[in-house]
Design a protein around this ligand. Structure first.
Ligand code: CP
Ligand code: NVA
Length: 302
């Protein structure tokens, strides 16, 4: 494992090892030797609260430093090529986390770099979030297989990464989206292949109730992701039936947990009573981004 670009590239052994390192680091008190003197560049072309703060704090706790690079402030934003940026950064620092629009940019950066590249979200994938979510599910349920995750809402970057993450670890996944907002075929095909290899099921649905039936985890995300802002009003109409409310939660298994990568819009994709209920684990989820990403940095940069 040289980079973290998408969960597609990881083996089951990579994922298990990452979750193990994460568990260790979550308990660890003496942790500032792991990445002593190392630097992580953090390129952001989109907003962030969790990813930015958890990576920056994470590398600091491991003895290194994070360097925030708004894509508007570095020469990349004025047309310097990704390849040149990659080659230059490789001479200074020890790893790059990038959040941007196009997944191909992350891949180009990785091809031209001699240092590890970590995908901190693109329009297509959000691997750090989905891996941290596996860690949270394992903490809450004690296992990852023989569980069903129901994802409700937009077939977006989160849906794609959860499809790949769940099927890699043998978890069943049902995805309920409006017809025109289903996850990309290419990703679904890969997830179905993983599911076959690892003994799980993939269901693509338009009926939220059907997806929620006997789920152990109900997961949702915003109706309009970063980059979709101009469609926000139209999406509110199209996604009106794709809200996680108590009625939906009650269709799932008794011990069901509610998950959301955040930021959330109460009253849209989830009701306030659900996200603020005892069934909701969203803040543990947010915390685990810190631990999981420390695991990723140790695995790639130590
Ligand atoms: N979940 C997540 O990635 O949050 P941010 O956009 O705040 O980083
Ligand atoms: N799907 C959301 C996730 C935010 C963490 C977005 O891309 O904006």
């Amino acid at each position: 494992m040289e980079n973290l670009l998408t969960i597609k590239d990881l083996s089951l052994a990579d994922i298990k090892e990452l979750l193990m390192i994460t568990e260790k680091l979550k308990q660890e008190k003496d942790r500032e030797l792991y990445l002593k003197g190392k630097s992580l560049g953090m390129i952001f072309a989109k907003s962030s609260t969790r990813t930015r703060v958890s990576f920056e704090t994470g590398i600091y706790q491991l003895g290194g430093q994070g360097i925030f690079l708004s894509s508007q402030d570095i020469q990349l934003g004025r047309g310097e090529s990704i390849a040149d940026t990659a080659k230059v950064l490789s001479r200074y620092i020890d790893g790059v986390m990038i959040r941007t629009f196009d997944q191909h940019e992350v891949e180009k950066l990785a091809t031209a770099s001699s240092i590890p590249i970590i995908n901190g979200l693109t329009d297509k994938y959000h691997p750090c979030q989905a891996l941290a979510d596996l860690f949270t599910i394992k903490e809450k349920k004690g296992k990852l297989n023989e569980l069903k995750l129901a994802y409700v809402g937009d077939g977006n970057n989160m849906a794609h990464s959860l499809l790949l993450a769940a099927t890699k670890v043998g978890m069943d996944i049902a995805v309920a989206t409006p017809q025109d907002y289903a996850p990309q075929n290419e990703v679904v095909k890969i997830a179905k292949r993983f599911a076959q290899q690892n003994g799980s099921q993939v269901e693509l649905l338009t009926d939220v109730k059907e997806a929620a039936k006997s789920a152990d985890v109900i997961y949702t995300d915003v109706w309009a992701s970063m980059g979709d802002e101009d469609e926000a009003e139209e999406r509110k109409l199209k996604f009106a039936d794709y809200q996680v409310n108590q009625e939906i939660m009650d269709l799932a298994n008794e011990e069901v947990i509610f998950m959301h990568c955040l930021p959330a819009h109460r009253g849209e994709e989830v009701t306030a009573d659900v996200i603020d209920s005892r069934q909701s684990v969203v803040f543990d989820q947010a915390e685990n981004r810190l631990h999981l990403q420390k695991g990723v940095m140790v695995k790639l940069m130590a």
